[in-house]
Design a protein around this ligand. Structure first.
Ligand code: TXA
Ligand code: MG
Length: 350
C-alpha cells in the first residue's frame, strides 16, 4: 500500500485534505494523526474490521484494548453504558487534554476495539488536527500510539513513517507534539478511581478535582511481574530501544563518575555506548554519543524529548545505554514509568 503523506498547517488547515482523511477513516482505512501527547494510528472505533487492521499494522496483540478518541464531551454518552458523575467533573477540568477515562462500555462498541473487555477507554485530545479528523470522519476514532508494537511512541510524523510507511493509508503531519508521553489513564469503574497509566495529569490533580482519594494501580509500581497491571498494555515491555539500557540513580557527581567508569569498561570490551544526560551534565561524559534529554528544572522538556532520544539510540546502533534518572517533582512518575520499561527495570542505585 502506498501511504499518502500530508503536511497540515495547524493554524490554517487544508480542509479538502482533512476531508479526504476523514473519508478514509469512514471507509475503514487507517490514518495516523498528531495529538498533544503522541501520534495516534486512527481507525473507525465502531467498526471491528478497522480495529483488526490497527492490530495488524502495529503488530500488536489483539487483547490490548484501544482508546476511543472523541471530539465532544457529549460523545462520551455514545460509548459509555452510563456516564459516572466523576467523568463529567474530570471532563470539565481536563478535556480536551491528556486524560483517558475507563468506563463501562455500551453494546455498540465492538469487542474488537476493547480487546474483549466490557469497559472502554475514552479521551478527547487537545489538538485541532485530531479533533477535525474525528469530525470529518463522522464516527469516533480508535487510536493507539502510531508505532510498531514495542518501539518508542512517535512524537513526530517521521517516526510514524519509520514504523508504518506502506502499512497504512495516510499520515497527517502536524509537526512535533507538545507533551511527548501518552495520556494519563484513570479507571472509573471501581469504587475508588485508579490511575492505570501515569501521565501529564497527575494523581494529585485528579484527586483535587474529584475531591476524593485517587489510587495508583499497584501493578504499575511493582518492578517485577508479581502484580499484574489492570491496563493490559502496561504489562508489555514497551518503548524498548534495541540496546541494553541501564539507569544510574543517585547524587549527580556520583552518577557521572559511575557512568564514566562503566563506559570505560564497556569500551575495553569494544562496545559502543550512549549516555542520556541533561543540558547541564552533557559535557561531563566520555561516551561515544551523549544525548541531552532536556533541562532538569524543566520536566516538560524531558518528557517531550524522551522517545525521540530512545529512537536516536536505535539509529546510532549503540549496544549499551546509560541514563541518568529523572524523578522530577511533578511528572517524574510518568517519565520514570517509561524509562524504567525501556531499561527493563535495570537500575544501579548509588
Ligand atoms: O496519549 C494517548 O493516550 C495516545 C494518543 C494517541 O491518544 N494513545 C495511546 O494508546 O497511548 P495506546 O494504545 O498506545 O495505549 C492505550 C493503553 C494501553 O495500555 C491499553 O491497555 C489501555 O490503554 N486501555 C485501553 N482500554 C482499556 C480498558 N478498557 N481498560 C484498561 N486499560 C485500557
Ligand atoms: Mg502505545
Amino acid at each position: 500500500m502506498k501511504t499518502k503523506y500530508y503536511k497540515i498547517d495547524v493554524e490554517n488547515m487544508n480542509m479538502s485534505q482533512m476531508k479526504e482523511a476523514g473519508e478514509l477513516i469512514a471507509a475503514g482505512e487507517l490514518v495516523a494523526f498528531p495529538t498533544e501527547t503522541v501520534y495516534g494510528l486512527g481507525g473507525d472505533a465502531l467498526h471491528p474490521e478497522a480495529a483488526k487492521k490497527i492490530y495488524e499494522a502495529k503488530g500488536r496483540p489483539s487483547d490490548n484494548p484501544l482508546i476511543i478518541h472523541i471530539a465532544d464531551v457529549s460523545d462520551l454518552e455514545r460509548v459509555a453504558k452510563e456516564v459516572p458523575p466523576e467523568a463529567y467533573k474530570l471532563a470539565d477540568a481536563f478535556w480536551p487534554g491528556p486524560l483517558t477515562m475507563v468506563v463501562w462500555k455500551k453494546d455498540e462498541v465492538p469487542y474488537a476495539t476493547t480487546g474483549g473487555l466490557n469497559t472502554v477507554a475514552v479521551r478527547m485530545p487537545k489538538h485541532s488536527i485530531a479533533l477535525e479528523l474525528i469530525r470529518q470522519s463522522g464516527t469516533l476514532i480508535a487510536a493507539p500510539s502510531a508505532n510498531t508494537s514495542g518501539r518508542p511512541s512517535p512524537t513526530e510524523a517521521s517516526h510514524v513513517l519509520e514504523d508504518l510507511d506502506g502499512r497504512i493509508a495516510m499520515v497527517l503531519d502536524g509537526g512535533a507534539v507538545g507533551i511527548g508521553i501518552e495520556s494519563t489513564i484513570i479507571d472509573l469503574t471501581e469504587a475508588t478511581p485508579m490511575v492505570l497509566r501515569p501521565g501529564y495529569i497527575t494523581p494529585q490533580m485528579l484527586s483535587d478535582v474529584l475531591e476524593k482519594e485517587v489510587i495508583i494501580d499497584p501493578g504499575i509500581i511493582a518492578a517485577d511481574d508479581t502484580t499484574k497491571p489492570k491496563a493490559p498494555g502496561m504489562k508489555y515491555k514497551h518503548y524498548a530501544p534495541k540496546a541494553d539500557m541501564i539507569i544510574v540513580d543517585g547524587e549527580e557527581c556520583a552518577v557521572i563518575e559511575k557512568i564514566n567508569t562503566l563506559t570505560e569498561e564497556a569500551h575495553k570490551n569494544g562496545k559502543k555506548v550512549a549516555v542520556i544526560a541533561t543540558e547541564k551534565t552533557k559535557t561531563a561524559y566520555a561516551a561515544d554519543v551523549v544525548l541531552s534529554i532536556g533541562a532538569r528544572d524543566d520536566e516538560d522538556s524531558i518528557a517531550k524529548h524522551m522517545y525521540k532520544i530512545l529512537r536516536e539510540c536505535d539509529e546510532l546502533d549503540v549496544e549499551l545505554i546509560y541514563s541518568e534518572s529523572y524523578k522530577t517533582p511533578r511528572i517524574g512518575q510518568a517519565i520514570m514509568n517509561r524509562l524504567l520499561k525501556a531499561a527493563a527495570h535495570q537500575v544501579i542505585n548509588l
